[in-house]
Design a protein around this ligand. Structure first.
Ligand code: EPU
Length: 346
């Protein structure tokens, strides 16, 4: 018999400022924190908040809030890290959706389990990670993802999704498309390796390791290198509000890529595995268009990484959105390349 939990307290007119890394001060009409899935099911069964949209928040690190939320904001705090299986080569580790992503990564690194160390210091929670297949420094979570469990919001049953069902792509998944708004991701299970095969092709990682004189890096060495790179060029949301990369890196056809390379010799570019398309760094376009370090009021473009928009304190979501639109228009005018937003604009 399922254990029962009483519905948790629901608060009204709550400032969202502590719950989004941009530090935007919009108001949630209703707000509830969920520590157990059963609590949320109980709340749904009571039906009191069926008249408003339910808006799930993890770390709030991929959100640009431009208006008050006439909704029930559900802050997911499902905790717990648990080893669920192992064999000679691998270990399966399950984590609650509310576990802070960086804490989870450090836990795996401390236990010498390999696979997600390159994803150190990415803001957000475990449950949000599969939504956009978070990635950095040559690794995406799809590489070690085993499965997740999610509450189907119509049937109130828990469903299991393997990697194929999640339809992972570059910053994409089923949960941003056909499955949008239909599930609450409750936990994620990763298949990590007992033997480390370091992924250090990314130039900046090699530079940090070389500077420290490390030739055969262990899991902790790679994690620490990534942490120092991120700290050197990405603003800490606790100090300056931001949501990491604001735009995706655009992918263009081979023909379009030749046009860009002929017009802008030396433009950095990357091949896309399994495709003839070429990916270009949005940060380069934005910097070349003159935006790096730009500031208007409290909305700005970070001085060390042009892909990151920042809130110096009192910017509104609309001001940041307006800035992002100016950037898009100027990159399109100068390079003929449309930029796509990575953060979720509400
Ligand atoms: N660049 C510039 N100017 C800038 C920023 C970048 O010219 O201001 C060019 C440089 O040529 C640089 C290249 O862009 O070599 C790549 O820059 P960087 O290594 O900083 O990575 P990115 O492509 O800008 C992506 C991810 C980041 C991730 C890094 C490292 C996306 C949208 N962003 O950024 O992810 O940390 O690679 O792997 O794919 C995030 O998603 O929030 C995020 C921070």
């Amino acid at each position: 018999m399922p254990f029962s939990k009483s519905a948790p307290p629901v608060f009204e007119h709550v400032s969202m400022r502590p719950y989004n890394t941009f530090g935007l001060d919009v108001e949630a009409r209703y707000f509830v924190e969920i520590n157990h899935l059963q609590e949320y099911i109980q709340l749904l069964n009571e039906g009191k908040y069926a008249h408003v949209k339910h808006f799930f928040v993890g770390g709030g690190s991929n959100l640009l809030l431009t208006q008050n939320l006439d909704a029930l904001v559900v802050k997911i705090q499902l905790e717990g890290i648990e080893v669920v299986d192992e064999n000679d080569t691998h270990i399966w580790v399950n984590a609650g959706a509310g576990v802070v992503w960086h804490d989870f990564v450090q836990y795996t690194v401390d236990h010498h389990w390999a696979g997600i160390e390159n994803l150190s210091l990415i803001p957000g929670t475990v449950g949000a990670a599969p939504m956009q297949n978070i990635g950095a420094y040559g690794v995406e979570i799809k590489d070690t993802f085993d499965h997740l469990e999610a509450l189907n919001l119509s049937s109130l049953t828990v469903e299991r999704f393997d990697a194929e069902a999640c339809q992972f792509g570059y910053r994409e998944s089923y949960f941003k498309h056909a499955g949008k708004g239909q599930y609450l991701i409750a936990s994620v299970c990763f298949k990590l390796a007992k033997k480390h095969s370091p992924k250090i092709a990314y130039g900046a990682i090699q530079d940090v390791l070389a500077a420290k004189g490390i030739e055969n890096p262990g899991i902790r060495d790679v994690a620490d290198a990534v942490i120092s790179i991120r700290q050197s060029k990405l603003p800490d949301p606790k100090e300056i509000g931001n949501s990491g990369s604001f735009f995706k890196n655009p992918t263009v056809s081979a023909t379009e890529a030749i046009r860009l390379q002929e017009s802008f010799p030396g433009i950095p570019h990357y091949s896309v595995p399994g495709s003839t398309d070429i990916k270009f760094p949005a940060g380069w376009f934005i910097e070349q268009a003159g935006w790096k370090g730009y500031r208007s009021g409290d909305a700005g473009v970070h001085k060390n990484q042009a892909l990151v928009l920042v809130n110096y304190g009192q910017a509104t979501g609309l001001q940041i959105k307006e800035l992002s639109e100016q950037i898009k228009a100027s990159v399109l005018a100068k390079f003929g390349v449309p930029l796509e937003t990575e953060v979720n604009i509400i």
